[in-house]
Write a protein that binds this ligand. Structure first.
Ligand code: AMP
Ligand code: MG
Length: 435
């Protein structure tokens, strides 16, 4: 019998485990293969080099409104300004005509500001007199209003986006606005995935007593794909040392990262640990290889983590990261979000700040044991006063995917928390952006 108190002391905190994972990920030297892709194909990819603007954006001073453009130095604080309309300038058709003092031109949004003009009065503020002249009451606007400057968004030669940026829709638009049709991105990380367990059925196999369908490969596939990785699906591997060893060898051969599920707890059939330990053992570097952690968290207490040399590696740092996640389906997802995702971002050279943790007001009390980090499935809502609120959703068993699929976020309760009262603020990790 294991006394609970000493077991608790031996568990590693989430923060220290994450620290160790990130340190190993940082020490890995990724082969810097870049690819050139079209702007359309760049969505979700990670920029390999800074994008430097070859042009000024916008390329000329232009109007921010539909209205009338004029020389704003004529405005005075106490007298109305009357201007004769001498022409019209449309977006895409610059005006050649010279606009004198006392004159204005009708202008549309985005049209080039004619020479000498610096101010636009929006159409809805204009009063026309009986001669069709524009009358601007004092105090209506200031010189320079509603004009956008050349290079205001981006000056020529300036970095528009920096290496490591995860390219979203706005970045695609920005790249296109510079006239660039292609962009250099990091190659996709290759992640090999397999499940372990004699009881695991693959889709298409007939049910049999005691067996369960594999769900971990599918949640992992989804999470990895959303992170822009290419997934090498290696199926389900039975709890047999030879089969597991062959799977690991093959996985390491064809990937940058290996993620397995199951077989890392203390069950008798858990050969995964022994195989991992054997493959990772390196008498020259006993600190390297694969470690078996008990993490002070729920769900997801057992996890194997480390790295193996990449076959054919010439440098010490050319290694493949290995995560042996627990078998329970929700524990897989939680440990992925907490440990695997940050490591993948690190390997992708991607900025870490996207892992958003925010706050919400908990709708009810939650009981909790001190000393470990707990992750609960939550649904977010908004209170009548506009505050973001969260409530625990469904059965919190670590194998219950249904409540995971109904949840919007994980509620993260830190080790020093001994319970939550209704109305208390808690940290939440929203799934959008993660999953
Ligand atoms: P293990 O960590 O291998 O002892 O597995 C813990 C629990 O998770 C057991 O109930 C397994 O049947 C279940 N499990 C393991 N792998 C999978 C999988 N790929 N899909 C669904 N359930 C799994
Ligand atoms: Mg198992």
């Amino acid at each position: 019998m294991n006394p609970v108190s000493t077991t608790q002391q031996q568990d590693r905190s989430v923060a220290s485990a994450l620290d160790a994972v990130l340190q190993q990920a940082k020490a890995i030297q990724m082969r810097a293969d870049h690819e050139t892709v079209s702007v359309f194909e760049a969505l979700g990819r990670v920029l390999a080099d800074d994008v430097v603007s070859p042009i000024d954006v916008p390329p000329h001073d232009n109007s921010a409104m539909d209205g009338y453009a004029f020389d704003g130095s004529q405005l005075s604080a106490d007298k109305a300004l009357t201007l004769a309309v001498c022409g019209r300038v449309l977006a895409g058709a610059p005006l050649t005509l010279r606009v004198e003092k006392g004159q204005c031109v009708q202008i549309t949004t985005g049209a080039v500001m004619p020479e000498g003009l610096d101010t636009v009065i929006p159409k809805e503020l204009v009063v026309l007199d009986d001669k069709g002249q524009v009358v601007i009451a004092p105090g209506t606007l200031r010189q320079g209003d509603n004009r956008r400057f050349r290079g205001e968004d981006l000056a020529q030669g300036k970095a528009a986006l920096s290496a490591g940026t995860h390219l979203g829709p706005a970045a695609l638009g920005l790249i296109a606005s510079l006239g660039l049709a292609q962009v250099q991105v990091q190659r996709r990380l290759r992640v090999a995935v397999f499940s372990t367990g004699d009881e695991i059925l693959s889709l298409g196999q007939a049910p049999r007593p005691g067996a369960v369908y594999d769900s971990n490969r599918y949640t992992l596939h989804g999470m990895l794909t959303q992170l822009g990785c290419s997934v090498v699906d290696m199926g389900a591997v039975p709890d047999q040392p030879e089969a597991l060893e062959a799977a690991f060898r093959s996985a390491v051969h064809q990937s940058d990262v290996v993620v397995t599920s199951g077989g890392v707890s203390v069950g008798e059939a858990d050969h995964t640990k022994a195989v991992m330990a054997r493959l990772g053992a390196d008498p020259m570097h006993p600190e390297q290889g694969i470690g078996f952690w008990r993490i002070a968290m729920r769900p997801g207490r057992p996890m194997a983590f480390g790295s193996l040399p990449r076959p054919g590696a010439v440098t010490e740092s050319d290694r493949v990261l290995v995560f042996g996640l627990p078998g329970n389906p929700v524990a897989v997802m939680v440990t992925f979000m907490v440990f695997v995702r940050p490591a993948l971002l690190q390997l992708q050279g991607r900025n870490q700040d996207e892992a958003m943790i925010t706050e919400a007001q908990c709708e009810h009390a939650i009981s909790k044991k001190k000393g470990r980090t707990e992750y609960l499935r939550g649904r977010l809502a908004r209170s009548p006063s506009g505050r973001v609120t969260v409530a625990v959703v469904g059965n919190q068993g670590s194998g219950v995917l249904r409540s995971m699929s109904e949840a919007h976020c994980l509620i993260q309760l830190p080790p020093d928390c001994a319970g939550v009262e209704a109305g208390q603020s808690v940290h939440v990790m929203p799934f959008s952006g993660f999953l």
